[in-house]
Design a protein around this ligand. Structure first.
Ligand code: PLP
Length: 387
C-alpha cells in the first residue's frame, strides 16, 4: 500500500487533498516523494511564515525541545512569558492566553467577551455579531460564529448567541441593537477562507465607532491575517483599529501548533484561575518558535512583504485569464476566468503549490520568499490562468 492509499484507507475523509505527497522542504521550496521540486506559495496555509524549517526558528525550537519540551501550566516557563510580553509590547494589548489553534484562540475570545459582557451588562448580554462569509474555526462554537450556512447545516443544533450581518450593512447592526443586547462584534479585516476579501475601510470605521459608542467589545480574528501577513504586524493596524480582543494563530508559531488570545485593557482581568485553560497551551517549544518568528517580524521584513505584494498585484492585475486580484500584503486572491481548482492543478503540474478560497486561487507565500523564486512561481501561475 502506498501512502496515498494508506491515507485514504485510514484517515477520516475530511480533506480534499491535492495529489501531492510532501516529504521535505527548506524555505520556500518543497519536495515530493519522487524528488520533484515545488515553489511553495501556500506556506501550510499561512503557517510557515519564514518558510519551511527556517534555520533560526529550527534552532530556537530544537534547543527548547532538548531542554524542556513540555511542562504544564501549573509551573512557570520562560518562552511563553517572553512571547506574551512581546505580543503585548508590539500591540498595546495587556495579557495573553495561549492555546494550540485558531479555533482555540477564538473560543477564548468568545468566552472572554461573554464573561465580560455578562458581568458588566447582565446575563442577557451575550450576543456576538460576526460577518456573513466569515470563518472563525471548526469547533461547534467557532463554527456557530462562522457566517457561512453550508458549514452549519450538518451540525445542528449550534451554540446559540451569534448573529451574522453582511459586511457593510451597518443598518442591520443598528436594527439588531434595538432588540438584542450585543456583547461584541467579531471581524476578520480580510476574509480569508471567504475568498480573500478585505473589508471596506469606511465600514470598519463605522463599526469601530458603533462599538465605542455602545460599549460593545471590538474583537478581531487575526488567525490568518496576523503576524506580518498583511504588511503590518496585525491587519487591524492597516485599518487604524484599537480592538479590545485579538485572536491569532497560524503564522505565530512558524510551523508548530499555537494559538493566542490577546486581551486588551477592558478585558485583561476577565479570567481568574480555573476559568479557562489548555494542557498544551503555552507549550515551551511552540512558544520558543514564536519568539524567534515575532522578534524577526520587524519593519524591514514588513517592508519586504509590501514590496512582494505589490509585485504580485502588478503582475497579475489585468493578466490574461485573470478577472480580478484582491487581498492585502501577502494574502492574495486571484479570480481566474476558469475554475480556480484547474489553475491550482496546472500549477502543481508545473512545480508551484498554491491554494484556493471559494472561487479564487489563494496565495499565502512565506513572508521572506526570495524574489527570484517568487518571480518564477508567478510566471507559472500567469501561464496557468491563460486560455
Ligand atoms: C484558519 C482560521 C481559523 C481556524 O484556525 P485553526 O487553527 O484551523 O483552528 C480561524 N479563523 C481564521 C480567520 C482562520 O483563517
Amino acid at each position: 500500500m502506498n501512502i496515498k492509499e494508506m491515507d485514504s484507507t485510514y484517515i477520516a475523509h475530511t480533506y480534499g487533498r491535492f495529489p501531492v505527497q510532501l516529504v521535505r522542504g527548506k524555505g520556500s521550496l518543497a519536495w515530493d516523494e519522487a524528488g520533484k521540486e515545488y515553489i511553495d506559495l501556500g506556506s501550510g496555509i499561512a503557517v510557515n511564515g519564514f518558510g519551511i524549517a527556517d534555520d533560526q526558528w529550527l534552532q530556537a525550537v530544537t534547543e527548547q525541545l532538548a531542554q524542556l519540551p513540555h511542562a504544564s501550566n501549573l509551573y512557570y516557563t520562560e518562552p511563553c512569558a517572553v512571547l506574551a510580553r512581546m505580543l503585548c509590547e508590539r500591540t498595546g494589548m495587556k495579557r495573553v492566553f495561549f492555546g494550540n489553534s485558531g479555533a482555540e484562540a477564538n473560543e477564548c475570545l468568545i468566552k472572554a467577551a461573554r464573561k465580560y459582557a455578562a458581568e458588566k451588562h447582565g446575563p442577557d448580554c451575550y450576543t456576538i455579531v460576526t460577518l456573513k462569509n466569515s470563518f472563525h474555526g471548526r469547533t461547534l462554537t467557532t463554527l456557530s460564529a462562522t457566517g457561512q450556512d453550508h458549514y452549519h447545516e450538518l451540525y445542528q443544533p449550534l451554540t446559540p448567541g451569534f448573529a451574522h450581518i453582511a459586511p457593510g450593512d451597518m443598518a442591520a447592526l443598528k436594527a439588531l441593537a434595538k432588540t438584542t443586547k450585543i456583547a461584541a462584534v467579531l471581524i476578520e479585516c480580510v476574509q480569508g477562507e471567504g475568498g480573500v476579501v478585505p473589508l471596506d475601510k469606511a465600514f470598519v470605521d463605522e463599526l469601530a465607532a458603533f462599538c465605542r459608542e455602545n460599549d460593545v467589545l471590538l474583537a478581531v480574528d487575526e488567525v490568518q491575517t496576523g503576524n506580518g501577513r498583511s504588511g503590518q504586524l496585525y491587519a487591524y493596524m492597516c485599518f487604524g483599529l484599537e480592538p479590545d480582543i485579538v485572536s491569532t494563530a497560524k503564522g505565530l508559531g512558524g510551523g508548530l501548533p499555537i494559538g493566542a488570545c490577546l486581551l486588551g485593557e477592558k478585558v485583561k482581568d476577565v479570567f481568574a484561575p480555573g476559568d479557562h485553560g489548555s494542557t498544551f497551551g503555552g507549550n515551551p517549544a511552540a512558544c520558543a518558535g514564536g519568539v524567534s518568528i515575532l522578534s524577526r517580524t520587524d519593519d524591514a521584513l514588513l517592508a519586504g512583504v509590501r514590496e512582494r505584494s505589490q509585485y504580485i498585484f502588478d503582475q497579475l492585475t489585468g493578466a490574461e485569464g485573470v478577472e480580478s486580484v484582491s487581498g492585502l500584503g501577502l494574502m492574495i486572491g486571484i479570480k481566474p476566468t476558469k475554475p480556480a481548482r484547474e489553475v491550482v492543478a496546472k500549477c502543481i503540474e508545473n512545480g508551484v503549490l498554491c491554494l484556493t478560497a471559494k472561487d479564487r486561487v489563494r496565495l499565502l507565500p512565506a513572508l521572506n520568499i526570495p524574489m527570484d523564486q517568487l518571480q518564477k512561481a508567478v510566471a507559472v501561475l500567469k501561464e496557468a490562468c491563460k486560455g
